[in-house]
Design a protein around this ligand. Structure first.
Ligand code: F6R
Length: 640
């Protein structure tokens, strides 16, 4: 993974931003500021008034505060809290209610007084909503206003649930959730239809009244919206951009969430830079995309007129520079992702030796492997490598009830049809799912097992389409997932030990891994961190990792930016089709949402678009025209 040497400040940013190497470090910084505030206020004999957020982003901050409470005696007895929002309508006891979230993540573990906790009420009757919102505003005022407000940011640019269109003066009120927000919450509610349509949220105006604001964001998913909020004119299209008018706001980011800022993407516009090979490549490819030309057609004028005069002086002329970058790009393309035996490999992404490699593909959830590298998996096997595919989790949390019900009914029918007598527990589980009241109850271990079996079955079927035998598949069922919930996973030593044991057993020449820049609290982000720890332990204790190349792929969502790609594996039309059919086998993951159908964003449609788009981008840069491309970034062992 390429590390960014960040310039300390940037004239392009209209709000100060603190950027940390990891979300844990960012969260510790935030927790310390909160603790200092609480202690200072308490020394003055005053309560500290905190504005709090839910979602995955603040979870590591709450964990650190709980630790400080337990280990350092930090007391919350005099702290008053106001939460940003709550889904509406939603009972407090619902497992996705923010009321429950705050209790489970934070309040139950500290010494806060119950009467000092304020959360908008998802149970208030419709006719009382307006009065409730007014009372909420009045309560904030009566507490003396908010000293420190924590915020996350949604992909729509929302803060609280102030979706695009919310005005800068808006107050606490009932709002309709944006389609994208409901789409993003579909995973938590197991289907978009189950996501409440409304929420009660503090307004942008309410938030702006806080004396100090910290907006936190982790992971690549947030990078574009963070850059927009920090660098673009404030507008109602991106409500977080209104924070520009607040005198004391800081954005707290990890490097992935900061990765679309100008100081990262074009640091030469911010200050003098060292023209490292990665930076030169990024600059030239960015220029091609900006002026709409392939690499070999760039001329001096293009460089000079687009902020790259310095690069041109360093390199001498557009001609030499263009050829240098053209060759680098050309050398990323290979049909031999495991290396080409008996070929000169000095300019190839992978080594020729050994001709038959031990390859470990670690995938966070079934399906990520196919989406990110289905074509490459097929190639690796076809080219004789010894491939093992390990699924870190079963992915059962993402299976909607109706899928599990259908599977059980089928199982029951088959059980009866083959005359096994009885129903092997099918009937009981069918009743259990049918009787579930909304989402108030967690799935029992038996139902989670059914869902896990279902997804692992889909993974087997998908791999069969690619010609991959079952003997190559490993289902790890790491404990962080089996014991956890979305947005609240905690990595443990057992997870690391299990992955380490697998690594030691296989001693792979190549590892393919996803999740490197994802939200660290996501399943992919967690799996990546677990791998890193396990691999580091292997490096310390064994010789073989010195010989291992780690390739990172992106399992879902956006592909790697072209200027970062170290290996591009082209797919023929036939290979792309096979990949789509394989991806389609993950039937329980078909969203069946009207929005997804209209926008052609079912995951298997998206993966096709993404792979074709990469091929188009390569083509536009002047490379050969391929049907589709899968791509990988190489992580060196220090950075994995
Ligand atoms: C939560 C809230 C939302 C979230 C945002 C990001 O109280 O108001 O604005 O902060 O949707 O959610 P996560 O942190 O889950 O990515």
């Amino acid at each position: 993974m390429m590390k960014t040497e960040l310039h300390a400040t940037s004239p392009f940013e209209r709000i100060p931003a603190e950027i940390f190497p990891s979300s844990e470090e960012g969260a510790r910084w935030v927790a310390k500021e909160i603790a200092d505030l609480i202690r200072k206020r308490s020394d003055e004999g005053l309560p500290a008034v905190l504005g709090l957020a839910t979602g995955s982003t603040p979870v590591p901050v709450y964990r650190e505060l709980v630790r400080m409470h337990r280990e350092e005696g930090l007391s919350f007895r005099r702290v008053i809290t106001f939460n940003l929002d709550e889904y509406y309508p939603l009972p407090r006891g619902h497992r996705e209610s923010y009321w429950r979230f705050m209790n489970e993540q934070f309040f139950a573990h500290i010494d806060i007084e119950a009467e000092n906790i304020n959360i908008p009420d998802g149970e208030v009757t419709r006719e009382n909503v307006v009065a409730h919102c007014r009372e909420y505003e009045a309560a904030i005022e009566a507490a003396g206003g908010i000293d420190l407000q924590l915020l996350g940011i949604g992909r729509t640019g929302h803060i609280g649930f102030n979706e695009p269109g919310s005005g800068p003066k808006s107050l606490t009120r009932l709002v309709t959730l944006d389609a994208m927000t409901r789409h993003d919450a579909a995973r938590d509610f197991l289907g978009e239809d189950n996501v409440p349509r409304y929420s009660i949220t503090m307004g942008v105006g309410t938030i702006l009244r806080a004396r100090r604001i910290l907006l936190l964001a982790w992971g690549r998913n947030k990078a574009d919206v963070v850059a927009g909020a920090l660098e673009k004119e404030p507008s109602e299209h991106l409500p977080a951009s209104y924070l520009q008018s607040h005198g004391d706001t800081v954005f707290v980011l990890d490097e992935s969430a900061a990765s679309a800022l100008t100081r990262v993407t074009q640091p030469w516009l911010v200050d003098f830079v060292d023209w490292t090979p990665e930076r030169v490549r990024g600059a030239v490819i960015g220029l091609c995309q900006k002026v709409g030309k392939p690499v070999l057609k760039l001329v001096d004028k293009d460089y000079n007129e687009n902020g790259l005069a310095d690069l041109l002086t360093v390199k001498g002329s557009a001609y030499t520079l263009n050829i240098e970058i053209f060759n680098i790009l050309q050398h990323t393309i290979t049909g031999w992702p495991g290396g080409k035996p008996d070929a000169d490999d000095s300019k190839r992404p992978e080594r020729a030796q050994p001709p038959r490699k031990r390859v470990l593909i670690l995938t966070a959830e079934p399906q990520e492997d196919i989406l990110g590298m289905g074509g490459t998996v097929h190639r690796l096997i076809d080219q004789g490598h010894d491939v093992t595919i390990a699924y870190a989790t079963s992915g059962d949390l993402a299976v909607p009830d109706h899928e599990a019900l259908a599977a059980l009914e089928l199982g029951q029918g088959l059980g009866l049809a083959v005359g096994e007598g009885g129903n092997g527990g099918f009937a009981g589980r069918i009743v259990e799912i049918r009787d579930k009241t909304g989402f108030e109850t967690e799935d029992s271990p038996a139902i989670r097992e059914v869902k896990g079996v279902l997804r692992e079955g889909e993974a087997r079927q998908a791999m069969r389409v690619l010609g991959v035998g079952e003997e190559r598949l490993r289902f790890l069922r790491l404990p962080f997932y089996t014991k956890g919930r979305y947005r609240r996973f905690v990595m443990g030593e057992e997870d690391v030990a299990q992955v380490r044991a697998l690594l030691e057993e296989i001693q792979p020449h190549q590892v393919f891994l996803s999740g490197s820049e994802d939200d660290p609290s996501s399943v992919a982000g967690m799996t990546h961190s677990i791998f890193r720890r396990a691999f580091r332990q292997c490096i310390e204790s064994s010789e073989w990792p010195a010989d291992t190349y780690v390739w990172t792929y992106r399992g879902s969502g956006a592909e790697w930016p072209v200027d970062r790609i170290d290996m591009a594996v082209p797919l023929s039309p036939g290979e792309l089709n096979r990949k789509i059919i394989a991806a389609f086998q993950h039937r329980s993951q078909h969203s069946q949402s009207p929005l997804a159908v209209i926008e052609q964003s079912e995951y298997w449609q998206r993966t096709e678009q993404i792979n074709r788009r990469t091929a188009d981008l390569y083509n536009a840069l002047g490379m050969a025209e391929y049907e589709a491309i899968e791509c990988f970034v190489r992580a060196n062992s220090q950075e994995t």
